[in-house]
Design a binder for this molecule. Sequence first.
Ligand SMILES: Nc1nc2c(c(=O)[nH]1)N[C@H]1C(S)=C(S)[C@@H](COP(=O)(O)OP(=O)(O)OC[C@H]3O[C@@H](n4cnc5c(=O)[nH]c(N)nc54)[C@H](O)[C@@H]3O)O[C@H]1N2
Ligand SMILES: Nc1nc2c(c(=O)[nH]1)N[C@H]1C(S)=C(S)[C@@H](COP(=O)(O)OP(=O)(O)OC[C@H]3O[C@@H](n4cnc5c(=O)[nH]c(N)nc54)[C@H](O)[C@@H]3O)O[C@H]1N2
Ligand code: SF4
Ligand SMILES: [Mo]
Length: 752
Amino acid sequence: MASETVHYRTCPFCEATCGLEVTLAEDRVVSVRGDSSDVFSRGFLCPKSQGLKQLNEDPDRLARPLVRRDGELREASWEEAFAAVDEGLSRVLAQGGRDAVAVYIGNPAAHSLGPTLYGTPFLKALGSKNVYSASTVDQMPKQISAGLMFGGGLSVPIPDVDRTDHLLILGANPLVSNGSLLTAPNMRGRIRAIKERGGKVIVIDPRRTRTAEEASEHHFIRPGTDAHLLFAIAHVLLDERLTEPGPLAELANDAELLAELARPFTPEAAAAACGIEAEEIRRLARELAAAERAAVYARIGTTTQRFGTVSSWLVDVLNYLTGNLDREGGAMFALAAVAQRNAAGTGGSGKGVRIGRWASRVSDRPEVLGELPVVCLAEEIATPGEGQVRALVTIAGNPVVSTPDSAALEQAIEGLDFMVCVDIYVNETTRHADVVLPAPEPLAKSHYDTALYQLAIRSVANYSPALLAAPEGQPQEWEILLRLAAIAAGHGPEAEIEAWDELVLKTLIGREVGLAGSSIEGRDAAEIAAALEPRRGPERLLDLMLRVGPFGDGFGSDPQGLTLELLERNPHGVDMGAMRPRLPEVLRTPSGRIELAPPEILADLPRLQADLSAHRNGQMVLIGRRQLRSNNSWMHNLPALVKGKDRCTAQIHPADAERLGLADGASARVSSSVGELVAPVEITDEIMPGVISIPHGWGHGADGVRLAVAAEHPGVNSNLLAPVEVDVPSGNAVLNGIPVEVTASVGEPAAA
Ligand SMILES: Nc1nc2c(c(=O)[nH]1)N[C@H]1C(S)=C(S)[C@@H](COP(=O)(O)OP(=O)(O)OC[C@H]3O[C@@H](n4cnc5c(=O)[nH]c(N)nc54)[C@H](O)[C@@H]3O)O[C@H]1N2
Ligand SMILES: Nc1nc2c(c(=O)[nH]1)N[C@H]1C(S)=C(S)[C@@H](COP(=O)(O)OP(=O)(O)OC[C@H]3O[C@@H](n4cnc5c(=O)[nH]c(N)nc54)[C@H](O)[C@@H]3O)O[C@H]1N2
Ligand code: SF4
Ligand SMILES: [Mo]
């Protein structure tokens, strides 16, 4: 019997960054458990952690590249695959120019060092304005509001859950999602602790979720109306003189505009829109103001909806008005050891963020933080003319399932001249590829959360080396991206990747030694590069970023500071403590002040005001539903995570079911302006009357998909129902609050 070895690593599957204890017998995974010594998660884990073992064992996970020959995706060598990419991309670039190649970057890219560190070099080498990502079906509204208010797209205040007495949560279900734009493992424990110290947790959600069950109080809200509610809370605070911004008042622009802006949003007017009674809204406002330390936190239910940016803005307006912004126990700015842009150089002011520097070709939708809204992708492919997209590169994404009007996107993708996917499966999206380049499994990659620690309630650093070797000849994900960069730059499929890696390093060092206020400002670039020897790839970049970061050793200036070597010696992570107040140093606005009323956001208020008095016709609206054992669209091929009852059901309130003649377990036909589907009915009073909930990420039955386990639990793709509709300032897709018709579907088997 092989002897067993025990290893510690960070789970790469969600934002909680749990520490795991992985036991191996040679290259076989014996077990995955919570690491009780992890400085942050203290042994907490969720069922998805078993994905490390299950992915390792999944026969459908790709180990070799696939190249389309005679219409079929067939195994090929890495040389053949990169040659095919070179041929395909070069052909499209030659005919259509840079913008003819679009890129879509999916969610797991944010959890993987290859894309986080080498995605930008690839995009630079490609030079296309057709860059899309899962951000515009997710958090872009929050990034826009935070960017305009505080000057940085990741300057998102997060609730200091360990020290707050009062947490108002809207449109988030951290007991299932494990937190988002909020890196805090074990949210159940942390929410319980708030209640145990006499505090209060309130959840505003059209579903009585697990988080709502755990909370002190839950209110149903009509989907898409959070901005009305939040404005009404502001209205009460201002009207009853309950505001108390304290010293922040000295730092903020335009505070005097808020009362005028909030005036139309009386509790009575908001109540009619959102379904929460006016007196309850008043109480929510008074309790928020009265709490010693309070935080308002909102997540995807408030961003993937019609008023995502305005809602996101109002959350921080409330945090400001109640004096809870940047205060312990309030909503604070995190400080990560690595890549924290709002901690670089001399702080206090900066360039801020600008949106709309260019626009999409077909619908003229503004650019947001360097990318275009993904709702534009289908039409950019399908609409002929100068600048038409003819090739698509996907990196860790499944847009055919994850983005709106899926049928239109899929049809557009079928018409592409060339498509290459960096992925681990042949799924609904990658089945259309000409070349699939498999990334190594998570255990064969090193890991560090450069993105998620920037939103963590504690300053934590934890590095995990690769535990398993990738199959013979398989490049690392960062090497795949560098090779794509070289191909995009016209250097061919056999370019020297090492030279590209040097270039990436030199660029980073050059920026840092030239940055006023950097710990290595003015130092010799060659000396810094030499100090990083003999590391290569992500490890070298990470070491650099750690050392120049806020906790770094500054290449000698603080010998106790962080280096990658120090993290290697601390497999359970290093904890630098809870969040600390960071104003005004965190600001990067041109004014050096908090912008409480950015014009880009005010421009959207007439739309909101029109909605306040809009006639509500009583039509059913669709929302989504995250599930503990799903991860968006891609963990449904892992037996441990799909066993049991089928989960892709349409939840509906008993009163609606009766009115519509729907029986539990029977099939419902759900149709919207763009599509329809049939799903099994689940009658439950967990859901608000007038609302129907179908989880996203399902619909695995298509031809050519190579997911044997998922095919047994296919479910339906709820994004067939989502029309192309956006939150205007951010271009983010509206995925919640979609008007639908629901009828009994007689004689049809439910698809799930
Ligand atoms: N209706 C509705 N739609 C939604 C949402 C919703 O709430 N409702 N949520 C939205 C949100 S928040 C998000 S983030 C998006 C997600 O949208 P996407 O990111 O497009 O979709 P995922 O399902 O996360 O697909 C991830 C892909 O990455 C692959 N993959 C997994 N691990 C790796 C890896 O290590 N390397 C590489 N290269 N590939 C890997 C998987 O096989 C899969 O193809 O979905 C959005 N869509
Ligand atoms: N197990 C699991 N964990 C995940 C994921 C997963 O798929 N599965 N996905 C990961 C990803 S990519 C992300 S972005 C995060 C998301 O993390 P969360 O934002 O916590 O995600 P959800 O669980 O979708 O919570 C959104 C809530 O908003 C509610 N909602 C819908 N519409 C509205 C509305 O108009 N107003 C209000 N107030 N609420 C509304 C929904 O009922 C739902 O309870 O989760 C991550 N973690
Ligand atoms: S909560 Fe997230 S990070 Fe923690 S074990 Fe589950 S998937 Fe992994
Ligand atoms: Mo997401």
